[in-house]
Design a protein around this ligand. Structure first.
Ligand code: 5GP
Ligand code: ZN
Length: 109
């Protein structure tokens, strides 16, 4: 897979503020945050979307997100996974958004 920015971040070739990493998952700050806390949690392996990843990895992805949220001491937060361009996905390497630190309306605009 070439020219995937999240593969580059996962490999350490593109800089980012990493909050957590292990063999399979990396969590780093979003470069263009939409909230005071905006973290992206990704599998290291390149999967285009949530439809493509193994079930076991889905659990680990959320477990890491929960851990990051706990470390950041936020009790109110939102997880978002945009899937497909019509839903707003712009980077086609699966990522879970963790958003928090401000009031967020529902439904989103
Ligand atoms: P999507 O719209 O695909 O759900 O979200 C992509 C996210 O990736 C956006 O929130 C955007 O700000 C973030 N992003 C895009 N390029 C970079 C980058 O090079 N570094 C980091 N840390 N975040 C990025
Ligand atoms: Zn990738």
């Amino acid at each position: 897979m070439c020219e995937c920015i999240f593969c580059e971040i996962s490999a350490g070739r593109l800089s980012s503020v990493i909050l957590y990493q292990d063999d399979t998952v990396v969590a780093f700050k979003d470069a263009n945050p939409m909230a005071p806390i905006h973290v992206l949690i990704i599998p290291r392996h390149h999967y285009e979307s949530i439809k493509d990843i193994p079930e076991a990895l889905i659990g680990h992805l959320f477990a890491v997100a929960n851990r990051v949220a706990a470390e950041l001491k936020i009790e109110s937060f939102r997880y978002v996974i945009n899937t497909g361009s019509q839903a707003g996905q712009t980077v086609f390497h699966l990522h879970l958004h963790l958003l928090g630190g401000r009031c967020m309306g529902w439904p989103p605009g």
